[in-house]
Design a protein around this ligand. Structure first.
Ligand SMILES: [Fe+2]
Ligand SMILES: [Fe+2]
Length: 328
């Protein structure tokens, strides 16, 4: 299968999973329930599950049913556990709760639902996948390509906005901020903020109405709050975020062609002249425009800055309301 075919499969089963959950949850609640974390009509956990099961089915064709069963049980329960751990354990945002179930691990997985997933995994291989592949053969390849690029892009934007909103709401309730946060942030950021090259960013407008300095500071601040919450490397996060857009031209009127693709490398070159960068800080700068940069970020801190930068940029353009307080 090609990459676009995998992406299409991911999107297709994210949608099918959403329908299944809507039916199951709405039936239990006797009212319409939109399941999951995202606004759109998709549940990526099902898309990821379908991708994993398709991969397993392709590689376990010669295996016996018990071996397949064990693998399916392990991967589906593992996926549910990891998702539960991220949303419930890290973000304190439980999407489901097995606290009333017997034979469970935390509230993330339980034996009863693991057996359901096992049955669904076999149904997926022997009933759903053959029908899907026949259906897929009927589709126009160009439409598949477009669909496979556009919809994951929308899902990514949806995820970024929702994630940032939740972090922001938690911050508002005082769950992220402590009295020492601002001084810790400034201890890391001050040497770079005071550097003349970083100060020069205040001479360039960015996202129409704010300066590139304000944008960089804002991205650094929100990335710091998230990294702190996730126990990541706050030093690298703040330093990489402050330098991620260190270029000195008005990209709307001048600068290189394909600015979106090229400015991370220009920023990295300039940043190396400002300070000695760690591998992680370099990765944060060079990958902050992913997926435009194709190769995905290597470190969690790079993902955080990438998401926050995307969120701040989208918010600036969509709402025109980017005046958020950051430490000065
Ligand atoms: Fe950028
Ligand atoms: Fe940026």
């Amino acid at each position: 299968m090609k990459l676009s075919e995998y992406m299409f499969l991911f999107v297709f089963f994210s949608f099918i999973g959403w329908i299944l959950e809507v039916i199951f949850r709405s039936f239990n609640a006797r009212a319409f329930v939109n399941p999951g974390f995202l606004k759109g009509s998709y549940l990526p956990i099902y898309g990821i599950g379908a991708l994993i099961l398709t991969f397993c089915a392709a590689h376990l064709q010669e295996s016996s049913l018990p071996v397949k069963g064990l693998v399916y049980l392990f991967v589906t329960t593992g996926l549910e556990f990891i998702t539960g751990f991220i949303f419930d354990g890290c973000l304190r945002l439980p999407l489901w709760d097995y606290s009333g179930q017997r034979f469970r691990i935390k509230n993330y997985v339980c034996l009863q639902f693991s057996i359901y997933w096992l049955i669904l995994a076999f149904a997926f291989e022997y009933l759903v996948l053959p029908v899907y592949l026949s259906f897929f053969d009927l589709l126009n390849p160009v439409a598949v390509h477009i669909f496979a690029i556009v919809v994951p892009g929308v899902m990514f934007a949806d995820w970024t906005v929702r994630f940032a909103k939740i972090i922001w709401e938690k911050k508002g309730k005082g769950r992220l901020l402590s009295g020492d946060d601002e001084s810790e942030f400034m201890n890391i950021a001050k040497p770079l903020i005071d550097h003349p090259d970083v100060q020069r960013l205040a001479d360039f407008r960015h996202h129409h109405y704010k300066t590139r300095f304000d944008h960089s500071l804002e991205v650094a601040w929100h990335s710091f709050l998230i990294s702190r919450k996730l126990s990541l490397d706050c030093d690298a996060t703040v330093r990489g975020a402050l330098l991620h857009d260190l270029f000195f031209y008005d990209w709307l009127r001048e600068g290189p062609r394909l600015h979106g693709f090229r400015h991370p490398r220009i920023s990295l070159k300039n940043a190396r002249e400002v300070t000695v960068l760690s591998k992680k800080e370099e990765d944060i700068i060079i990958k902050h425009m992913w997926p435009l940069t194709i190769i995905p970020p290597r470190y969690p801190e790079s993902w955080v800055v990438c998401f926050v930068d995307t969120y701040c940029t989208m918010r600036d353009y969509v709402t025109g309301n980017g005046k958020v307080r950051v430490p000065k």
